[in-house]
Design a protein around this ligand. Structure first.
Ligand code: DP6
Length: 329
């Protein structure tokens, strides 16, 4: 490849899993052991610019205007190395990534970040990858990022050891179903145990991990069908079970991992209370204390108001199904 400067940028939306991914069947290749399903969110966007420059002597990574920590930079450089190998490119790169959402700490997602990085780096390197290939590339860095390549409702199948090509696919576009996720921020601060470490500890030490592997595909199948049929009560019940089951693995790990804060339980009670009053609202949590409530668009103001009044909830946002990856060369 020639020694020109090459650059591109990409925009990706975060996603929230309806059927949760927790645990890997191949740690080195980052292959999930269970199928997962997500909704891509319109509001939580990451924009990333990558510039390969033959004059540079090292990769430079900036996140939200600050220099990336050594750990953050290492994951980015691993992705850049994969892209350089594929494009037969030697130049180092500058990477600048911005989260276009209220960056109250704790919501930033690796999903939108690695999806945008995969798309920007491969476009800058001159690779013309299909969305399927981009998704497999993003998955190798962070499996939830594989889902953020696509808009709307997306599934990532489980994979086997040695699976290099595992990628996500769209189940239904964003306009298939007018749902909302009301995101309730409970407690500021970074997650205490990152998801990569948390799921690995669960795999190695939780006595319930084997049942999780056994049960997770069932919830995933239910959720996929419920999306096709637009059955929120069926989807919501399976989503809550999937959430509680993976948190059960985390809590019963050794040493245990408690992602929840008191406000997490308060928000869960709020969501159950809404259901008792006839509002179809359903909760999920990721590797952190924040609660995301899924509901019909028409119910979103009521769900938001109830969560705003919940003790310990500091902020809320309403997000809807969002688009897939966008690249500017
Ligand atoms: C709880 O995709 O962050 O949010 O593949 O190790 O980077 P790595 O993990 P990551 O895990 C996300 C876990 C989750 C559930 C989900 O998004 O499916």
């Amino acid at each position: 490849m020639s020694g020109d400067v090459r650059e591109a940028s990409a925009k990706a939306c975060a996603n929230i899993a309806l059927a949760k991914y927790w645990g890997k069947s191949d740690v080195k290749r980052n292959v999930p052991a269970v199928p997962s399903i997500s909704m891509t969110l319109d509001l939580l966007v990451t924009e990333t610019r990558v510039r390969f420059d033959p004059e540079l002597s090292a990769d430079l990574v900036r996140l939200d205007g600050r220099r990336a920590s050594a750990g953050e930079a290492e994951r980015v450089v691993t992705m850049l190395n994969r892209v350089r190998r594929e494009a037969r490119l030697r130049s180092k790169a500058t990477v600048a990534s911005h989260n276009r959402f209220p960056t109250a700490a704790g919501l930033a997602s690796s999903a939108s970040g690695f999806a945008a990085l995969a798309a920007a780096a491969s476009a800058a390197a001159g690779l013309r990858l299909s969305n399927r290939k981009l998704s497999a590339l993003a998955r190798a860095s962070s499996a939830s990022a594989a889902r953020s390549i696509f808009g709307g409702f997306v599934e990532l199948p489980a994979g086997q050891r040695g699976d290099d090509d595992l990628a996500a696919r769209q189940i239904a576009p964003a306009n298939h179903w007018n749902l909302r996720f009301v995101v309730a921020l409970t407690e500021p601060g970074k997650k205490k145990v990152g998801s990569t470490e948390g799921m690995e500890r669960s795999r190695q030490t939780s006595p319930y991990y084997a049942s999780w592997l056994d049960q997770a595909p069932k919830w995933s199948r239910k959720i996929k069908r419920a999306i096709k049929d637009r059955e929120l009560d069926v989807l919501g019940a399976a989503m809550e079970q999937s959430t509680l089951a993976f948190h059960c693995c985390a809590i019963t790990s050794d040493p245990p991992i408690f992602y929840w804060a008191p406000a997490t339980l308060a928000a869960l009670a709020t969501v159950r209370g809404l259901r008792q009053r006839g509002v179809s609202a359903w909760a999920t949590m990721d590797a952190g204390p924040h609660v995301k409530a899924l509901c019909h668009a028409a119910d979103a103001p009521r769900v938001r108001q109830a969560l705003d009044k919940t003790s310990g909830v500091t902020r809320t946002w309403v997000t809807k199904p969002g688009p897939g990856i966008e690249v500017q060369r």
